[in-house]
Design a protein around this ligand. Structure first.
Ligand code: AHR
Length: 503
């Protein structure tokens, strides 16, 4: 099979916001406890944070990390996580039916964020609580001193404010499963009033309002229209979530799902434009896709186990073990975000450690990369710069979610400063190799080509503590040909490639 891909220096979608490669960490299962935090672990720093995990996260170069939830935040009292650790209360977490020790709170998370070099994206509880708790939390985190909450932070050992810029106004408030779930009108009103109070404190902060939990929600996309109608003038982003499943074990259908993601982004973009026009506004609201990933491997088991257990602390929960097929899916999802980066400014893989995560840990033992770590790592490291509007010619197939799914899923990024043109390409054909003919118009001379490939003959291949590199990228040597401004690369069936042209 052959594909033609043409990139032109003048056809771009604009600068990618680095926060497209963000992540999410919730007080859920072993994400925090024995994930990032494990006093007594051989690599633990004096503050109890695992250095082995810090190193793996640093290597991903995560620009932003959303915290502390997720469903967890909708019944969370942020004040439980401050002050001497020994005095902090254990609470029942209603979202996941577990016990929360509160040993990690905002101070510990902030120290960890600094250690991994990521900015914090904090969520406030608009489920069981509301405006007052939210504005107090913002004051605690961001005010220098001289007020009740800021002085309490200082007393608790942190003199300088953290100056967190990005705040989520609740989580998935359209979901009946959410503690304190609301109708769109109720939530839109509360989000607007909370945003006004936060803006009265600091109008430079960036605020994220909840959109739909996924595009099959019965209230979608009217939810977006109502919520934006209530809050448009006060907010900067609308949040969307989507998880990908392959219960049927049908790879072609599974890998077509990013078409649905693309449509979801397009539709919500249209709703944003509709409300903007209705309000005769100049304001641009963008999308924060702050939860996305593959989530199905353990999902049904977990739902059953959760019903039966007795409020355990940090149990094994949502620990999907990813396979090679999921590498292809994550590659297509990231490509979709790059192609939609004019609308999507922030995206967070959900989640980061142990819980539906690219990084796994063993209590007291090793930390390793799951298969999906690799496409995320490559995109985060090399997918920064200008997103390109590519012309792609390739055969396609018909799937349940779309009539024409191209066998080649590809995104292109130009880093003009460093002089690289990078393509991320997934061959969605299971039997045929694909010859990709890349044409780079007006970028200057192509000096060399690098081809990084992720391929395994078994779609079910996984990484584990014993075999951490079973699925991993490899460099393909001397297989690409350069003729003027054209490059020819052949990629195997069902494979993920990063092709970089040095200019
Ligand atoms: O990431 C797991 C859960 O998925 C989050 O807590 C929630 O926001 C979503 O439904």
């Amino acid at each position: 099979m052959e594909a033609q891909v043409t990139a032109h220096a003048r056809y771009s979608l604009g600068e990618i916001d680095n926060r497209l490669y963000g992540a999410f960490l919730e007080h859920l299962g072993r994400a925090v406890y024995t994930g990032i935090y494990e006093p007594g672990h051989p690599t633990a720093l004096p503050n109890g944070m695992r250095k082995d995990v810090i190193d793996l996260v640093r290597n991903l170069d995560v620009p932003i990390c959303r915290y502390p939830g997720g469903n967890f935040v909708s019944a969370y009292n942020w004040e439980d996580g401050i002050g001497p650790q020994a005095d902090r209360p254990t609470r029942l977490d209603l979202a996941w039916r577990t016990s929360e020790s509160n040993a990690v709170g905002i101070h510990e998370f902030a120290e960890w964020a600094e250690a991994v070099g990521t900015d914090m994206m904090l969520a406030v509880n608009l489920g069981s609580r509301g405006l007052d708790a939210a504005r107090n939390f913002v004051e605690y985190v961001n005010h220098p001193g001289g007020s009740y909450w800021s002085d309490l932070r200082r007393k608790n050992g942190r003199a300088a404010p953290w100056n967190v810029k990005l705040w989520c106004l609740g989580n998935e408030m359209d979901g009946p499963w959410q503690v304190g779930h609301k109708s769109a009108a109720e939530y839109g009103h509360l989000a607007n009033e909370t945003a006004k109070a936060i803006r009265a404190f600091d109008d430079k902060l960036e605020l994220v309002v909840c959109g739909s939990s996924h595009s099959e929600m019965p209230t979608y996309p009217q939810w977006e229209a109502t919520v934006l109608d209530e809050s448009y003038d006060q907010i900067d982003y609308i949040s969307l979530h989507m998880y990908f499943e392959n219960y049927e074990k049908n790879t072609a259908e599974y890998l077509a799902l990013p078409e649905k993601l693309d449509r979801y982004i397009g539709t919500v973009g249209g709703v944003i434009d509709y409300v903007k026009s209705k309000k005769r506004s100049k304001r641009d609201v963008k999308i924060s896709f702050d939860e996305w990933n593959v989530w199905y491997h353990e999902r049904k088991n977990d739902a059953k186990r959760m019903k039966e257990w007795n409020w355990p602390h940090a149990p094994v929960l949502l620990e999907d073990i990813y396979n090679f097929e999921d590498v292809l899916q994550v590659g297509c999802i990231l490509n979709t975000f790059i192609r939609r980066s004019d609308r999507v400014r922030i995206a967070c893989i959900a989640q980061l450690v142990n819980v539906i995560a690219p990084i796994m840990t063993e209590p007291g033992g090793a930390a390793w990369r799951q298969t999906i770590y690799h496409p995320l790592h490559l995109a985060s490291r090399f997918g920064r710069g200008t997103a390109l509007l590519l012309d792609v010619e390739c055969a396609s197939y018909t799937a349940d979610v779309a009539d024409r799914v191209s066998y080649l899923d590809v995104a292109g990024v130009h880093d003009s400063e460093a002089g690289w043109l990078t393509f991320f390409a997934v061959n969605r054909h299971g039997q045929e190799p694909m010859e990709i003919n890349l044409s780079a118009e007006r970028f200057g001379t192509i000096k060399s080509v690098e081809h990084t490939l992720i391929k395994h003959d078994d779609l079910e291949a996984r990484n584990s503590k014993e075999q951490p590199d079973n699925v991993a990228p490899q460099q393909v040597k001397d297989k690409a040909t350069i003729e003027g401004n054209r490059v020819r690369v052949t990629v195997p069936p069902y494979s993920y490639s990063m092709i970089r042209l040095k200019l």
